[in-house]
Design a binder for this molecule. Structure first.
Ligand code: C5P
Length: 285
């Protein structure tokens, strides 16, 4: 038996635009995504000689075949026609769930990377990402990581330059948002403002943190904020204490703020900590 170890990193959507609904019910997106240093740890015993098991440290999350990490392992073994002779997957969660931080997708992506490496990398990283699309829309990005323009329903990736050095504050309020419900809702409303993805790409190419921060925008942010005004409170605290730009990530409910330094990030956390326990300071990865 061999044990594999792999880090599973969260993502934020620096921008997120919904371009339209497709015939298959999914939506075409355009999003600049960024991996950040909030991480889960994934361990996989390969060759246990026993039926597959999955343990997740957060007991309210699926502990078996419903977990995206299990689905990713099954998909990989079926596709590659590999019999691993028993898998035991253990996930130590730190990424908040229901946050728009891609926690489940990150775990699935980590499983794909770990198994592919163990079996001598028969798939390139981009082929592995393509396979991941069958598990969930955010999985392809999570497989590759870094900074990327993500299109289609999440399966088309183009790498962008790394972000300049900066610090993220991430704050997850108590409430969560149903992703399918939010996509249904956006079909019924006019989208008044769209992110300028070209400006974001230019800012990344220039390594200009102020311009990156000026261009963070998520079309879901005003829709969720309308029902949960506390997001405005979180954003206003970030803004008052030095954030260069703040926005909701994915389908929410976490807010990220781009801070110029760790010191500013610490002040923001200090101001939020009495009301919010799920607070993180992170770096781009
Ligand atoms: O792919 P994933 O399981 O993350 O998607 C969750 C839900 O979000 C889907 O069932 C769908 O309702 C919605 N979705 C969408 N278009 C996308 C991604 C997700 O409509 N591009």
């Amino acid at each position: 038996m061999t044990t594999l170890y792999e880090g599973a990193f969260a993502k934020v959507n620096l921008t997120l635009d919904v371009l339209g609904k497709r015939e298959d019910g999914y939506h075409d997106l355009q999003s600049v995504m960024q991996t950040i240093s909030i991480r889960d740890d994934v361990e996989i015993d390969v060759g246990t000689g026993k039926p597959w098991t999955l343990e997740c440290s957060r007991e309210e999350l699926p502990q078996g075949e419903e977990n995206l990490a299990w689905k990713a392992a099954k998909l990989y073994c079926d596709t590659m026609k590999i019999d691993p002779d028993g898998l035991a997957i253990r996930i130590t969660k730190r990424i908040p769930s229901g946050a728009g931080l891609g926690g489940g997708s990150a775990d699935a992506a980590a499983v794909l990377r770990a198994l592919n490496r163990h079996f001598d990398s028969p798939l390139s990283i981009f082929a592995l990402a393509e396979l991941g699309a069958q598990v969930g829309s955010d999985v392809p990005f999570c497989v590759v990581g870094g900074t990327a323009m993500v299109e289609g329903s999440g399966e088309r990736l183009r790498k962008l330059p790394d972000m300049p050095e900066c610090i993220f504050v991430v704050c997850k309020p108590e409430f969560s948002v149903s992703t399918p419900e939010l996509y249904k809702k956006i079909d019924t409303v006019a989208i008044p403002l769209h992110p300028d993805n070209r400006a974001m790409e230019t800012a990344l190419l220039a390594g200009d943190l102020n311009k990156i921060a000026d261009n963070v925008y998520n079309v879901f942010d005003p829709i969720v904020t309308a029902d949960h005004l506390e997001l405005n409170y979180i954003k206003s605290i970030c803004n008052s204490y030095g954030s260069l730009g703040q926005q909701m990530t994915g389908s929410g409910s976490a807010i990220f703020a781009l801070m110029p330094s760790f010191e500013y990030a610490a002040v923001v956390c200090n101001m939020l900590k009495d009301n919010y326990s799920q607070l993180f300071i992170a770096k781009p990865v």
